[in-house]
Design a binder for this molecule. Sequence first.
Ligand code: GLN
Length: 534
Amino acid sequence: MANTKFIFITGGVTSSLGKGILAASLAKLIQSRGYSVTIQKLDPYLNVDPGTLNPYEHGECFVTDDGAETDLDLGHYERFLNVPTSQANNVTTGRIYQSVINKERKGDYLGKTVQIIPHITDEIKRCIMLLGKKGDYDVVVTEIGGVVGDIESLPFIEAVRQLKWELGNDALCIHLTLVPYLAAAGEIKTKPTQHSVKQLLEIGVQPDILVLRTEHELNLSVRHKVALFCNVDRNSVFESPDARSIYEIPLIFKEQGLDEVVMTKLRLPIKQEPNLELWTSKVERLYNRDRVEKIAVVGKYVELPDAYKSISEALNHAAMVNNVKLDIEWIHSEKVNDANVAELLKDKKAVLVAPGFGHRGIEGKLIATRYARENNIPFLGICLGMQCAVIEFARNVLGLADANSAEFDHATANPVIDIMEQQKSITNMGHTMRLGSYPCKISDKDTNIFRAYGEDLIHERHRHRYEFNDNYLEAMEQKGMIAVGKNPDTDLVEAVEIKGHKWFVGVQFHPEYKSRFETPHPLFVAFVKAAISE
Ligand code: GLN
């Protein structure tokens, strides 16, 4: 194909309207018509990446194969498109400024005054065009974070304005806004949308397509009114209603013909009907599951569902394969103690101990882990969850009462989880952990992990600083906690299991990042299967 096509998605009126899901759904539809598509998120905040952000601020940090710490929307993109993203798919204002300032320090601007326009906007344009350059993608969908009118997002919108002008028919802008319903008036209100489009126009961007987020069905006359007031074709106003599941949204937009209008405007040949058979059958299965089982996820950010987005999605995908619905109880690790653990976990079919950083809530995680181990309840420990399994085993089975992670107790005599030599000198927190995809060799076919994956060399993504301390491996294995997976190059322990337990697996990596709607993750599938089997 000659030119890569660029689709920009902006948001208006409020945040949280679902720009990420709109981007992922539209990309899915275009992909299902035989095109290669990728999605990029531009985040207007000044952090260089979300790696240093507290999950309370911005939800989960999603990690890519190449070790980028990115916005959680990239997780949606991967779960929908079933193709991996990379560092190039997430760009923040911080990253843009960092590279412009680095260039300035090197003298690359040859004495010129460095300014937001053109230098910052040029850098933004370069980052957008980069994904189209290699010829890997027919279509690049770029989601602009934030809401039109924010001071922070102005340079991004200016870059969109310039690119739309330069690329002509190869670019278009979709604006997602809210159409509220006023119960007292019994009416749907389009004024906020009109104002939002006006704001876009003030900075020179005429949206080509409008998507109206609404909790009430919109009739044709509302759409036509919006089209007229916003200079948009009548067939280019779509609605985004409440859906039972995010995975239904591509089908809702397909029904309305969003992809066809987008492709026609971009002069992209409509070469085949969308191939969404697997997707549609999975969506149907979402609503046809009678069996419901309870499981527990123990973590310290449970008040905020977005903090564990990939885990809850991976559990959801795995539950579908097992034809069961999971009633997940999100248990706050700070609230678990010896007195209440039995009450909290006794009716749960499985326990998942979540990843995390810092000491807060650790004791609760250890108590929940011990309960699952002693009561033969299927257990999955992810990253810090695996480290908890190791600490708990060392304390209560090996009898090392002060066993701990060096992360929580520098002075412990028994650092069963310890920092690597090369990590010790690090003082910068951003992008300095063990990040991204690493291989893991599974040692034995008679393990839960081998049965799950069906292969002995796997690749999973990491995000941690501390590691299993090899000095304790022999003692652990003698008592039944086995290192079943190791990094073949460094010998670092990547996965542990407990012999004789119904299903007890701890993994240093994050399998949740690689679970997709169409291809659920084998380890989660096996975990749920163990949970529901008698
Ligand atoms: N805090 C632990 C470490 O840095 C675990 C990190 C995690 O769970 N992602 O090693």
